[in-house]
Design a protein around this ligand. Structure first.
Ligand code: AMP
Length: 216
């Protein structure tokens, strides 16, 4: 099954994609992760993308389409791909259809995580990650049991994403509404969309996604 996870920044796409990857032998393709890796590696693509990401704008279609195509060539996708943070524009969605078709596949399901915009800013600006094992935390909703120490691995260094400030989050939300939301109608026309309440707790969201994927 090839699955697109759609929703604004902070909706929980990454969290759910990682879980689905582990539980269903699907391969997570996150353009945000790929771009952050390019920024960290200091490649030319990374320098170009990093400046755009810091503003909360979208990186040009041809860059992210190229990254996805490369990854699909390198990894055949196990039982399928989970597209996390891609596509984000109609042009990207059309390119994805072509990339999958060339490999004898298609988008099977699109899960939309519905969330309340006002809550997103609070959700995103509070999040931080263990630099050692990648476990995610939140200033209000999920603090480490011992302050400053990762519950999972005992690490004591944490990182915050550079684009998780309130000003940049608002720009990212604007980009989502203008450029990405129209994808819901694009996929609804194909009968592939299932909506899930992304404001519920993580376990409930998981259950709803599983139901959406397992329903015929
Ligand atoms: P994310 O981790 O998915 O929230 O992405 C972080 C940032 O990377 C976004 O705000 C964009 O600047 C950029 N980005 C990630 N995926 C895409 C995409 N599919 N199209 C354009 N820009 C993207």
């Amino acid at each position: 099954m090839n699955l697109v996870l759609l929703g604004p920044p902070g909706a929980g796409k990454g969290t759910q994609a990682k879980r689905l990857q582990d539980q269903r032998a699907l391969v997570q393709l996150s353009t945000g992760d790929m771009l952050r890796a390019a920024v960290a590696a200091g490649t030319e693509l990374g320098r170009k993308a990093g400046e755009i990401m810091e503003r909360g704008a979208l990186v040009p279609d041809e860059i992210v389409i190229g990254l996805i195509a490369e990854r699909m060539d390198a990894d055949k996708g196990g039982k399928g791909f989970i597209l996390d943070g891609f596509p984000r524009t109609i042009g990207q969605a059309e390119a994805l259809d072509r990339l999958l078709e060339a490999r004898g596949k298609e988008v099977d399901r699109v899960v939309v995580l519905d969330v309340d915009d006002d809550k997103l800013v609070q959700r995103i600006t509070g999040r931080f990650t263990c630099a050692t094992c990648g476990e995610g935390y939140h200033d209000l909703f999920k603090k480490p049991k011992v302050e400053g120490v990762c519950d999972g691995c005992g690490g004591t260094t944490f990182t915050r994403r550079k684009d998780d400030t309130e000003e940049v989050v608002r720009a990212r939300l604007t980009a989502y509404h203008a450029q990405t939301k129209p994808l819901i109608a694009y996929y609804a026309k194909q009968g592939k969309v299932r909506s899930v309440d992304g404001m519920a707790d993580i376990e409930t969201v998981q259950k709803e996604i599983d139901q959406a994927l397992d329903a015929a």
